[in-house]
Design a protein around this ligand. Structure first.
Ligand SMILES: [Mg+2]
Length: 274
């Protein structure tokens, strides 16, 4: 006969089963300089590979981002036969990844999230892995949904327009990611710094967190200026961990970790990591 009689009561009250995280400018700040270096590399690609002038390159990059979501998507839509791997290795290969520093506070926060955690980025897989490694988050996510995941047929293209590049904020990209992740959007939290991506996510039924802004947009359910404040702004994520109890044979009861325990752990880690 067991010495202890355990009664475990778990009430899963969290509205979320899974969190989909954007990567660039969401898990690390746009102020690192990575984004600025990326723009320079894209302009260099347009000048060196396609013969545009420096001024034309900058304007075209901005225009294609607005109209097609990325320079690569826009170039292929315009008929340029640009190989996606060549493009990504050029524009990401020279990025100063050393500017992305390990983020212990963010690591502790993400590891305290009990639900499934998945990266959903427009970037290619090599870039996503490098950035996650630099942040010290390489083992924090069960899956990376990236450019290659959303565009599996691109390498089979006989001509640039055969398979248009699909990226956030298109709702097709959102639905593909939801399908790959195998989640119910109504029970999934989507975090991104781009207001258009947030609007698109909302339109397909996801719960949304706008990252990097203090004020919500119409389609954002939450806003967090810095992702490390997620536990204060969206405490519902942790609700599921507050309700289990274990009784021993003497009737003593102890609670499992509560949200305040988790916040305490995170704030301790903050002091160490600061
Ligand atoms: Mg982003």
């Amino acid at each position: 006969m067991d010495m202890f009689c355990k009664s475990v009561r778990e009430i899963n009250t969290s509205p979320f089963d899974c969190l989909l995280f954007d990567l660039d400018d969401t898990l690390y700040s746009s102020k690192t300089g990575i984004g600025a270096a990326l723009k320079t590399n894209i302009d260099d690609f347009l000048v060196e590979k396609l013969g545009f002038s420096n001024d034309e390159a900058s304007s075209l990059r901005i225009e294609l981002f607005k109209t097609h979501g990325s320079t690569l998507a826009g170039l292929r839509a315009l008929g340029y036969d640009i190989d996606a791997d060549d493009y990504h290795s050029y524009v990401h290969g020279k990025l100063p990844y050393e500017l992305i520093k390990p983020d212990i506070q963010l690591r502790d926060l993400i590891r305290s999230i009990p639900q499934r955690k998945i990266i959903f980025t427009n970037s290619d897989r090599i870039h996503a892995i490098k950035a996650l490694e630099k942040l010290g988050l390489q083992d924090c996510f069960e899956q990376i949904i990236c450019f290659e995941s959303i565009n599996p047929n691109l390498t089979k293209s006989n001509y640039p327009g055969a398979y248009p590049v699909c990226l956030k904020p298109s709702t097709d990209a959102m639905r593909i990611a939801i399908d790959i992740a195998n989640v119910d959007p109504r029970r999934t939290l989507f975090l991104d710094d781009n207001v258009h991506n947030i609007a698109s996510g909302k339109s397909v039924g996801l719960h949304t967190v706008l990252v990097g802004k203090a004020v919500k947009t119409k389609e954002a359910d939450y806003a967090v200026e810095n992702i490390v404040n997620l536990n204060r702004m969206v405490p519902e994520i942790w609700t599921a961990t507050t309700a289990s109890s274990v009784s021993d044979g003497g009737g003593n009861k102890r609670m499992s970790r509560t949200r305040s325990d988790i916040e305490s752990t995170i704030s301790t880690a903050t002091a160490v990591g600061a």
